[in-house]
Design a protein around this ligand. Structure first.
Ligand code: GDP
Length: 474
């Protein structure tokens, strides 16, 4: 007997996203709409520490509400596009080039700044939102948390290279999420470019372009020389039209956190993408287990705005703490309500952690010969912390378990070094370095440091390391 994750979540009074995340931790990539078997369902119920009769918690936690906006209130909204592909195939270059096509660029005082997503206005006045975090980690992590913000994936493939491991990974992610792909064959300015070869090779991965009587659009571009960009934008718009993307603008906002960090001058800052409704200055909200009141909204041009509607990326100031990428921001009626819900979620998160400990997967199957590989993770933004933690988790198998002793945002501190030294663990610094005091300790205690700025490289190094400890991974 099978049940959808969404239905099970409803019966358990849990968030669908939490179940999806738990399943992800069990190495099962499913969405809320997919079905799971009875055994898995029972396991989940156990994991969450309650039985199936539990009543809905919607009266306590607003996120359990599943209200649907009436059809007549819906308005067209811009598509949200993620750019994916193999390392060095030109994702960053393409995102930069596309940003420059913005017709409203260069308005007075407008300096583009990186906030994790940006919006361009095209020649025909339509808008497109691009997630400005190239790579799969952000996409898969957000998806793992049940946040499906991406409408379209632009798959970048270098015409002088070919289909590479991360190209395939991107295809699989897009397919699993049921998100349509547009292939951007990049670097066609290179003399050795062979776009036809790319089209042929894509066939092997069931990505069939229109020219080969499939339904996937493809376009030849050069991010370097700016050719083919208009064409790409046109194709994105065409795809978006087919999808009839809509959201209700005139209601309290719901948004998804794309990126969040602790800013020295401004405190906790989160970039969110509005799913529906309009977020306004002064709005009171809950975001994950944090709450807050919108003190300022800053757009991708670095300008303060009064409000932001569906598909608009915007930086939010006025949070009580740093939320996680994929967290849902929900506007509530007042501060008391916000605090209540935030506190409730916090308690529930703690409860869940303690409740989970004795029935965690490892002890359940009574694995006695598991070797642990401890590690401390520090990164520049919360999104990376989570992406790395989940990537590390995926490297574990029956024989070896990557154990993240601590994972957090910010420079590597003395405490981190002490923690690592105590467990003979290395420290991963992802776009961060140790402060002066920590550096001394690192030297004194001989702690091993692993600095990286590409998750793919990081996991490669660790896979090698684990192979050394144990012999081949499964
Ligand atoms: P990413 O790792 O996918 O983000 O790739 P990057 O955008 O960093 O690009 C990798 C390298 O390819 C850089 O040296 C770019 O300058 C180069 N590159 C990107 N796009 C093009 C292109 O259209 N033509 C050529 N000739 N080089 C490109």
């Amino acid at each position: 007997e099978a049940i959808t994750v969404g239905e099970l979540a409803k019966r358990m009074g849990e968030k669908g996203a939490d179940l999806v995340k738990e399943l992800f931790n069990l190495d099962m990539m499913v969405t809320v709409n997919q079905t799971i078997d009875q055994d898995t369902a029972e396991l989940l119920v156990e994991q969450f520490g309650h039985n199936i009769q539990k009543v809905s918690e919607s009266d306590v936690d607003i996120s359990a509400e599943e209200d649907v906006d009436p059809e007549e209130t819906l308005q067209p909204r811009p598509p949200v596009v993620a750019v994916m592909g193999h390392v060095d195939h030109g994702k960053t270059s393409l995102l930069d080039a596309l940003r420059k096509t913005n017709v409203t660029r260069g308005e007075a005082g407008g300096i583009t700044q990186h906030i994790g997503a940006y919006q361009v206005t095209t020649k025909d006045k339509s808008k497109i939102t691009f997630l400005d975090t190239p790579g799969h980690a952000a996409f898969s992590e957000m998806r793992a948390r049940g946040a499906n913000v991406t409408d379209i994936v632009v798959l970048v493939v270098a015409a002088d290279d070919g289909i590479m491991p991360q190209t395939i990974e991107a295809i699989n992610h897009a397919k699993a999420a049921d998100v349509p792909i547009i292939v951007a064959i990049n670097k066609i300015d290179k003399p050795e470019a062979n776009p036809q070869n790319i089209r042929n090779r894509l066939l092997e991965h069931e990505v069939i372009v229109e020219e080969m009587s499939g339904d996937v659009q493809d376009v030849e571009v050069s991010a370097k020389e700016g050719t083919g960009l208009e064409d790409l934008i046109e194709k994105i718009n065409l795809q978006a039209e087919l999808m009839e993307l809509k959201a209700r603008p005139d209601r309290d906002a719901e948004a998804t956190v794309v990126e969040a960090q602790l800013d020295k001058g401004r405190g906790p800052v989160a970039t969110v993408l509005i799913n529906r409704g309009t977020l306004k200055r002064g709005d009171t909200f809950v975001v994950g287990t944090q709450s807050g009141k919108v003190r300022a909204l800053i757009n991708d041009q670095g300008k303060q705005v009064k409000e932001a509607g569906p598909s608009v990326p915007v930086e939010v100031l006025g949070l009580s703490g740093v939320p996680s990428a994929g967290d849902m921001l929900t506007v509530v009626e007042n501060e008391q309500r916000a605090r209540e819900v935030a506190q409730y979620r916090q308690e529930k998160a703690t409860e869940k952690r303690t409740a989970l400990a004795p029935t965690s997967f490892d002890t359940m199957f009574n694995k006695s010969n598991v070797t642990e590989w401890p590690v401390v993770v520090k990164a520049d933004v919360q999104g990376s912390v989570e992406a790395i933690t989940s990537a590390l988790h995926n490297l574990s198998n029956d024989d070896i378990k990557v154990r993240v002793l601590h994972a957090g945002v910010g420079a590597i501190t003395e405490t981190d070094v002490q923690l690592a030294a105590g467990s003979k663990a290395p420290i991963i610094g992802f776009n961060v370095r140790p402060n002066a005091k920590a550096r001394e300790l690192v030297k004194r205690d001989g702690v091993r440091m692993m600095y990286h700025d590409v998750i793919y490289h990081l996991t490669d190094e660790i896979t090698g390391e684990l192979l050394g400890v144990l012999g081949p991974l499964k």
